[in-house]
Design a binder for this molecule. Sequence first.
Ligand code: PLP
Length: 397
Amino acid sequence: MSISQRAQNLVPSATVVIAATARRLRAQGIDVIGFGQGEPDFDTPEHIKEAAIQAIREGFTKYTASGGIDELKDAVTTKLKRDNDLVYTRDQILISCGGKHSLFNVFQALLESGDEVIIPAPYWVSFPEQVKVCGGKPVFVQTHEREGFRLHRELVEPLVTPRTKILLLNSPCNPTGAAVSLAELESLADLATEWGFWLLSDETYEALVYDEHQHVSIASLSDRVYAQTIVVNSLSKAYSMTGWRVGYTAASKEIIRAMDGLQSQETSNPTSIAQRAAVAALTGPQVTVQRMREEFDRRRRYIVERLNAMPGIRCIKPQGAFYVFPNVSGMYGRHYAGTIIRNSNDFTAYLLEAARIAVVPGIEFGNDEHVRISYATSLENIKEGMDRMAEAVKGLG
Ligand code: PLP
C-alpha cells in the first residue's frame, strides 16, 4: 500500500504552514505578529453577510447547478462588463469554490501530460504545484527586482516552445505586488496570438492597485486575445471573503463546459449560501472595496518606508495586492548566537525567534533573496512588527 507519486510530489502550501506555526506559538502564549497569511484583516461587509443570512432563512440551502446559480453568473457578467469592458454570456462563466479551485479546473481541463505552462517568478506557491498535479510542466520566467519585477515579452519569448500551452499572468502579483503595464500586456498578447497558446489571467488582486496604475484585463485588448484568454477571479480579497470560497472563470463555452463537467464530479456546486452572498458583493455598493484599498495603500507606503530605513534591506514600492517583497540578502552571512543566516529560510526563522514576527521565506515563491511580508494586518501591528524587525536586524553580528 502506498501514497500516490502525485500526492508525494506535492509541496504543501508554505503560507498555510507559516500561519499554523504562528498560531501554535500564540497558543503557547508567545505574542507573534503574523505577516504570513494572504488574507484581508477586514470583516466581510455587512450587506454581504445579510444576503447569506437571508438565503439561510429562505431555505436556500440545497444543491445548486454544479457550475453556480444563474443569478451569480449574471452578476459576474455584469461585473466583467462594468469593470473590465468584457462581454460574456452566462454559458461562458463557471463559479467554483474559490479562485484556487477555478485555476485547478482550468489546468485539469487544458493540460495534457508534458504540456508547458510558463509561470512568471516570483510566483504564488500554488501555481507550479497545481500545474504539476495536472500533469503539466512549469516553466519559470524570472522577473527581476532591478526592473520592479516587471513581466515583459523579452523575458517570456525565449522560453516559448511548441509545447507551450499556457502563459500564466498574475497582475497584480502575489508575492511581489508588481502589476503589468498596458504596453507590456499588449506585447505579451501579441506573443500569445503569434504562437497560439492560452493566456490564463489570474486577476484576484485587481481591486487593489495603487498610485497611477490602472488594472486592465488582457482579454479586453482585442477579439483575438479575448478568444485565447481565460480570466480567473475571486471574491476572497476584494470583498474580504476568504472563508466563503467563491471564485469564477470566464472563458469560451467549450472550456467552461469541460470545467463544469470536471467540477460536477469533484465538488458539485460551491456553497449555495456563499453564492447568494457573492451576488450581493458583486452587485451591491462597492464603497467598502474602495475603503479597504485606501487603508492598504496607507499601510503599503508606511511599510515600504520602514523597510528601506533598515540597513541592508531594500524594498521596491509595489503597485498592487497587499504584499511587499523586500530583498533581505544583505543579511546573509551575518550571525546570531553562533548561527549564520544563509538564506531566506534562515532569516525567516531568525525573525520568528528574535522578533516574534512571521513572514514567508522568498524561496517558497522561487526567489531566495527575499521574504514576503503581507500588510493585511492593522497599522498598529505593522508599526510594532517593523519596530521589532528593525531591532532584530540591528542585533545581527
Ligand atoms: N490567485 C492568487 C494569486 C492568490 O494569491 C490567491 C490566494 O491567495 C488565489 C488566486 C486564490 O484565492 P481563493 O482561492 O481564496 O479565491
